[in-house]
Design a protein around this ligand. Structure first.
Ligand SMILES: [Zn+2]
Length: 181
């Protein structure tokens, strides 16, 4: 990677950072890039005599130079790939209902795995865990499971079919189930 100069606070610097170090060189003359030197009346390039007036100390170790490092680090960080573990990058949420039933489905992440959850049940004024079913769909392992603390899906559905990338799972419940609606 070629070396670069960065202009920060109107001055040219060379900054490099690693995991646990940061180095800063400069500031350099904006005209010929020789390192600026401090004189009684300000800063000056000894090569081309360009003068720099600055109200603050601008040399390495100054507050301004340290702020330049932080600004540089923030710029590097802003280019990183950002991965949020709070909000999965692909979140699917759907919801449907009629007068009597509701269904909601979402795809997200749980413990680093892609998991789909389908909730469905009868609409009650006071919804409790026993009033609806939940089917957890493990997209990575292509497996299904129910939550025993909820209503069993067989009390609501006659059958269902989940198609994964490589397999499909069909679940048929009681043959004397009366399909409603
Ligand atoms: Zn110069």
């Amino acid at each position: 990677m070629g070396r670069k100069l960065h202009k920060i606070f109107g001055l040219w610097w060379e900054i490099s950072i690693g995991i646990d170090f940061s180095d800063i060189f400069g500031p350099y003359c904006p005209n010929c890039f020789v390192e600026l030197k401090e004189f009684a009346d300000g800063y000056r390039c000894e090569n081309c005599n360009r003068e720099i007036k600055h109200p603050e100390n601008i040399l390495i170790g100054s507050q301004l130079a340290n702020k330049a490092i932080e600004k540089y680090k923030a710029d590097i960080r802003s280019r990183y790939e950002k991965i949020s573990l709070d909000e999965p990058p692909t979140a699917v949420k759907v919801r449907d209902q009629d007068d009597k039933y509701f269904l909601a489905a979402k795809i997200g992440q749980k413990d680093g795995r892609r998991v789909g959850v389908v909730y469905f049940g009868e609409k009650n004024k006071e919804q409790s865990k026993e009033d609806y079913s939940q089917i957890f769909i493990d997209l990575d392992d292509e497996q299904l499971r129910f939550d025993k603390s909820n209503k069993h899906p067989k009390e609501i559905l006659a059958n269902f079919n989940v198609t994964f990338k490589d397999t499909s799972v069909e679940q048929k419940f009681s043959s004397n189930f009366e399909v409603r609606g």
